[in-house]
Design a protein around this ligand. Structure first.
Ligand SMILES: Cc1ncc(COP(=O)(O)O)c(C=O)c1O
Ligand SMILES: N[C@@H](CCOP(=O)(O)O)C(=O)O
Length: 429
């Protein structure tokens, strides 16, 4: 399979090159040259197929022959070694819990898949790669865990100082070995801009930089799997499906749209955002006007200029009317989010966290227009990661899961930086 740059469609690379480069030399995101729907027979029997087999069917055309079938299946087996439960929250409303992996964030799947693809491509090479990653909270921890100890790979994580939760910060600053955390005096968008700028920097060419953000197709595409897993469980309801993704950088919802292009019958997508409302404003006014990100209690979605929006526009061929038919986007305040955490708990006993609560709000709003539908919102992280918000809001004490316990008493190690030049100096050292 070839991938083209969204800045120049004549620039094409293989899957391997796209994974190793991360971003195209012209700073464009890579996008698959073709998307071929899966056979109707696959969807007819999906409820009888294992997660690993579903994932293999979904991803194989995007990898092509560059990783042999047996190795790809092994990568998927290791990547998907935990549960993705679909939990009924209320009549016709389900939460797809994506937080049962090693760092309790939905990024675990993409990070584990990408690290294994990179290790496969590097198996006979004597070269080093530097993986750069910008995080607003969760990607950093998942990438740190997914790449820990991977031979020939150095990981550098940029995160906005003071804008991630305590547990998120521990997850990305305490592992050591081949993982370094750079604490940036700025917001997430500054971190993402620094990562993108580094790819164009001739002085850094020899570092073999790649990205482990959703910029990288091997981090982004596996996020399609979740929507297949949800459909596997929801199919029996025989109702139109509404999917709400709590959205920040819009990689997850964009992967959901890819799943629809593969034939998955999702009736409508909802991108639910916090106060960072660049996409809801676009849908309302037709102008894409990014603005600096605003700090909220759903901090991992504090993104003012969502990197994947350009991929979504490509999927709809920049046709706003077609896009609006399939897709809505709503923004919610912190007060609404916190009130919703409380209401869900009071009415159903379900413990959500701020990102999931934003997803729930968007789902409920959209479902008013689809009374015969069944809805699913993504619970993208475990509530423990936001205990400062969840515990006082619900007046409960959350037990500490084992995945989190191990980082709680480790010492934070980070390097504070203020500018691109400081990051570059660190990389050149
Ligand atoms: C917990 C959580 N929820 C939601 C999101 C938003 O996902 P996306 O950036 O793919 O829109 C993120 C960030 O990736 C996250 O970490
Ligand atoms: N929300 C993310 C931000 C980066 O997202 P990505 O999917 O584009 O890597 C985070 O939690 O770090």
């Amino acid at each position: 399979m070839n991938y083209y740059s969204l800045n120049n469609k004549t620039h094409k690379v293989s899957f391997e090159e796209a994974v190793i480069q991360g971003l195209a030399p012209d700073r464009g995101l890579y996008f698959p040259e073709t998307i071929t729907p899966l056979s109707p027979a696959f969807f007819e029997t999906i409820e009888t197929i294992s997660h690993e087999e579903i994932a293999f069917e979904a991803i194989k055309q995007f990898v092509g022959s560059e990783i042999p079938e047996a190795e790809l299946k092994q990568i998927l087996k290791e990547t998907l070694s935990f549960d993705f439960p679909l939990v009924k929250v209320e009549e016709n409303v389900f939460s797809l819990e994506l937080f049962h992996g090693p760092t309790m964030a939905f990024k675990d799947v993409g990070a584990r898949f990408m690290s294994r693809c990179l290790a496969y491509f590097n198996r006979n090479k004597n070269q080093k790669n530097t993986v750069l990653v910008a995080t607003s909270g969760d990607t950093g921890g998942a990438v740190a865990s997914g790449f820990l100890g991977v031979k020939g790979v150095e990981v550098v994580i940029l995160y906005p100082s003071g804008k991630v939760s305590d547990i998120q910060e521990r997850q990305l600053t305490t592992l050591g070995q081949n993982i370094t955390a750079l604490e940036v005096d700025g917001v997430f968008d500054d971190c993402q801009d620094m990562v993108k700028k580094a790819f164009l920097d001739e002085d850094l060419k020899y570092k073999n930089l790649t990205s482990a953000n959703s910029i990288n197709i091997a981090r982004w595409l596996p996020q399609m799997f979740y929507i297949f897993f949800a459909y596997r469980e929801l199919k029996k309801h025989n109702k139109p499906i509404i999917l709400s993704c709590p959205s920040g950088n819009f990689g997850n919802i964009c992967a959901g749209i890819m799943a629809k292009r593969l034939g998955l019958p999702i009736a409508h997508f909802v991108a639910s955002t916090n106060a960072n409302d660049t996409v809801p404003r676009f849908l309302e006014k037709g102008n894409y006007e990014p603005k600096p990100s605003i700090a909220t209690i759903s901090n991992a979605m504090d993104v003012g200029n969502p990197s994947n929006f350009i991929r979504i526009q490509e999927l709809y061929d920049n046709d706003l009317a077609a896009f609006q038919k399939d897709f809505s986007s709503y923004s919610f305040t912190d007060a609404e989010t916190e009130a919703t955490l409380k209401t869900i708990y009071k009415n159903t006993n379900y413990i959500a966290e701020p990102h999931g609560a934003v997803g729930y709000l968007g789902l409920k709003k959209e479902m008013q227009q689809h009374p015969n539908a069944v809805g699913v919102f993504l619970e993208t992280a475990h509530p423990i990661k936001f205990l400062d918000i969840v515990e006082p809001a619900l007046n409960i004490k959350l037990p500490i899961p084992t995945q989190i316990e191990s980082v709680l008493h480790q010492e934070k190690v980070s390097i504070k930086i203020k500018s691109y030049e400081e990051m570059k100096n660190y990389l050149l050292k």
